[in-house]
Each structure stands twice: as C-alpha cells, then as structure tokens.
Design a protein around this ligand. Structure first.
Ligand SMILES: Cc1ncc(COP(=O)(O)O)c(C=O)c1O
Length: 473
C-alpha cells in the first residue's frame, strides 16, 4: 500500500508518534494528542489552524481530566449535553451489557431495548407524544420532523425563527436562523423565517404580555401572507440555546400553539438542548403548559454517552403513519447500544433527582450572577432557567454588546484562555459566557466555578470603553 504520509517536520516528528508505536497502557501526552488531532482531523465550525483544543483523557462527575492530571470544571456539560455528569457507572454498565448481548439489529427488527425505552419514554414524555422515531442525533431528528410534518399535513412550508440552531444537515441548517446557515445557502426550499418574540436590538413591547401579544399579531400576519394552507409546521427551540438562552415571554407558548392550531399548522418543539432537565423541568415546554405536536430530542437523552436523537409524535400523527408510509430511514435507526445508554441515562436523571437539582441549583446560579452583575460593569444581562444560563457582556454604558452579531472581540479569546488556565471549560459565544454545568452540580462546585468567572471578567472590565463608569455598580 502506498504510504500517504508526507515527510514529517522535525517539529511534528518529535511529538507525533506513529500509531503503531503507542502503548495503550501508557497513553499519549497532551501534546501528542493535540499534534495528531490537529494534523489528521477537521474541527467543527473552525479553521483547524486556529483551534486550541483541550486534551481530555478521562472525565468524572462535573470534572474533565487531562493526561498529565490537569483538571477542568465542565461548565458547559460539553455541548450542553452531558446532563447527568461524566462517567456514571450505571450507564457504562448498561452499554457494556447491551454490547455483550446484542450490539446491533437492523431497523426492521424489534428488540427488547427498543421496546423498553419506548415504553419508558411514552410514560415520561407529556401528553399524547407516545410514538418515537430514533435517529443518531438532533439534526436527524429535525430532518425527520420536517418529513413527518409535510407528509402528515400535505403542506410544504415551514416557519422558523432567526435566533435558532437546529442542526448542521441540509434541512436542519436551513431551519437554523443563525450565521452557521449562511455558507450553505440557499438550502432547502419552503422555509420562511420570522422574528423571535425577543428581537436582537429592539423590542415588541415593554411588558412580557405586550411582547407576546405584538409578536403573535405579527406572526398571524406572516401566516396570512404565506397562505395558512401552505404551512406544515413551525419549529421553535422551546428555550433558545446557543443563540443566547432565551426563555419565551409569558403566554407565548400557549398563544403560539393556539394560533398555529387554528390554521392546522403543527408546532414542533426542538428540545435537543433544552430537554431532559436542563431548564429545571423534564421538558421545557412544560413551563408553558403546552404539549407540541412533535418534539425532537437528543443530547440529554443519553447524556451523550452514545449518540442518539428521537422524534416524538402525537397520537394523530402516529395514527396517520399506521396507514401511510413514513418515508424515512437510517441504518442506525433504533441502534440497541444507543437505546441502552438512553434508558440508563434517563433513569439516572430521574432516580437521582437531577431535574429537581437543576431547578434548585438554577436559583443558586441566579444569586451568583446577580452578585457578579453588581461587581462588573461589563455585564449587560444575565439569564438562566434551571441550569441553562448565560452572562451577556457589553462594551460601554450605552449598552452595546461587546461582540456584534456574528462578530468577534479579542478579549473573548483572552477570557477563554484565562478560564481554561484557571481550571474551567465553557463556551464563549459572541458576547456570552455560557453557564450550563451538568445537572448533578452542587452549591460548592457552583461557587468554585463562579469565583473563576468573577476573576476572568476583570479582563473584560479593563476594555470597557467608559472609564468614568465605576467597576462596581
Ligand atoms: C436546539 C438544537 N437542535 C438541534 C441540534 C443538532 O443536534 P446534533 O448536533 O446532535 O445533530 C442542536 C445541537 O447543538 C441544538 O442545540
């Protein structure tokens, strides 16, 4: 076989060993891992030359560990997804047992784990969301929700909002409102984008009720112009995630469901990020007292121990597909090992009271954020619902965001490096510091985390444009 290896520079030769020379018992150093991965892999949403990845060797609870014993608090549950925390023995055992029994069966077969997980989900997912289609992640769940909505309603248009992310595959990235969509445009036909109830730079009103009423009035007009008989569904992140942790204003979910239902338009709640306890309830739509027609989930479903997504459909939609073909399929649909990790992770989440802990620790998180907001002039706003939180930064007293939409600011890289060097990993998205730890976090660990963020924010205060405004507010 031809050796594809280009000659190594002396630099890489010293740090990147040939795969065959590695001893699994000894493992790689941080530098060896970094060099090999930067050389041979591509990184999501990044230019490979610009990433500075954390080398993780193992993880437990809320902590990540590097090969040389470095320790970081995982203050973002990786991608807001390791809800139960790392390394839970019950999930590991369930995966091992399933691997030893039946690692794979093709989707046309039934398995005990497919039966057990589906019965459990039918029990815990509210309302008449009783039927499930399993995928490998969130984007595929949304792709299949697009199909299901179009096949069920026999309509083609889909309404979506600008402040959203729904996944990176063709249809899901077209549903996405944020700039990750731009390089793939024009995308899938039939998608109509609307403003969120909470727009970026102006308001639909002052009180929550006013914002809701005005946004729904605007939406009713859009529906009229698009022709209600053409619209299959509206997709929303029930609580918006990477676009800023934006809970809906009071009355929005109920008003939206009523408006859409009056036109026979389905409501699809994307709970890929906000589901499974993240917001202090098992599902975020429970805060609004509604049940959507379709709900998509992933991430917290297995707490990311293995990849799995799911589309849950209401009884009428499920009934439709008893007689009509559901035109969707995946080789790894209902993969037994992924289902086993989901059943174990969901049981751990519920049995160990982590949804309640998310609500309780959410209140503690708010107290820390309020204290930081008094202390740092760079803080514009902080928001959290359960352990789904963010601190948004500004650059002046006029209230301009530190980083413009889809832009950057050098101090954010400095802040990221400071947090990391001081033992905390989290995502910094535009002007926000994400605060989404595993749902097993306790008060002392939250205090330790916010003490690190507190020190990091001094760097941002230093670049504040209005010297006259005191640091302490
Ligand atoms: C709300 C939401 N929907 C869908 C997705 C896509 O999920 P996946 O990356 O598993 O395809 C994500 C991922 O971050 C998400 O946050």
């Amino acid at each position: 076989m031809r050796n594809k290896e280009t000659p190594m520079t002396s630099d890489t030769r010293s740090t990147t060993p040939a795969a065959s020379s590695l001893s699994p018992a000894l493992g790689m150093s941080s530098q060896q891992m970094i060099d090999a991965c930067l050389k041979h892999t591509l990184f999501s949403w990044s230019a490979t030359g610009k990433v500075t990845p954390i080398p993780v060797a193992r993880a437990e609870g809320i902590y990540l560990y590097g090969p040389e014993g470095q320790r970081w608090i995982d203050f973002n549950s990786q991608l807001m997804s390791v809800n139960i925390g790392h390394g839970h023995p019950k999930v590991i055992k369930a995966i091992q047992d399933q691997a030893a029994t039946l690692a794979y069966a093709y989707p046309g077969m039934v398995t005990e784990i497919r039966a057990r997980l589906s019965l459990r989900l039918a029990e815990i997912v509210p309302g008449d969301l009783n039927t499930f289609f399993y995928t490998l992640g969130g984007a595929e769940a949304n792709e299949n929700a697009i199909k299901a909505a179009r096949l069920f309603t026999k309509r083609h248009k889909i309404l979506v909002r600008y402040r959203s992310y729904h996944g990176a595959t063709h249809g899901a990235i077209t549903l996405t409102g944020d700039p990750r969509r731009w390089p793939t445009e024009p995308g899938m036909p039939g998608v109509v984008r609307v403003m969120d109830p909470r727009p970026y730079n102006y308001s639909f009103g002052n009180s929550e009720e006013e914002i809701t009423a005005n946004n729904l009035r605007y939406l009713a007009e859009v529906i009229e112009y698009e022709g209600p008989g053409n619209i299959a569904a509206m997709f929303i992140e029930t609580v918006t995630g990477t676009n800023g942790i934006l809970p809906p204003p009071k009355g929005y979910l109920q008003g939206l469901k009523k408006l859409l239902s009056s036109h026979g338009i389905l409501l699809v709640c994307d709970e890929v990020m906000c589901g499974f306890g993240r917001t202090g309830k098992l599902f975020a739509f429970e805060h609004g007292g509604i049940v959507p027609d379709i709900c998509t989930m992933a991430k917290g479903l297995t707490s990311s121990y293995l990849p799995l997504g799911v589309m849950a459909v209401s009884d009428p939609i499920a009934q439709h597909f008893r007689d009509s073909v559901f035109s969707g399929g995946l080789t790894y649909n209902a993969h037994p090992m992924c289902l086993a990790s989901a059943l174990a992770a969901v049981n751990v989440l519920l049995e160990e009271g982590m949804v309640e802990n998310s609500a309780r620790m959410g209140d503690v998180m708010r107290t820390h954020m309020e204290a930081l907001a008094k202390k740092h002039r760079c803080i514009m706003e902080h928001r959290n619902i359960g352990l789904f939180g963010t601190i948004e930064l500004r650059k002046n007293a006029a209230g301009d965001r530190l980083v413009p939409y889809a832009g950057s600011h050098p101090v954010m890289a400095k802040l990221g490096a400071f947090l990391r060097d001081n033992g905390l990993f989290t995502l910094l998205q535009w002007s926000t510091v994400m605060c989404n730890p595993p749902l097993c976090i306790d008060e002392a660990q939250l205090a330790e985390s916010f003490a690190i963020i507190d020190r990091g924010l001094n760097l941002v205060d230093e670049v504040f444009e209005d010297e006259t405004l005191p640091v302490e507010r």
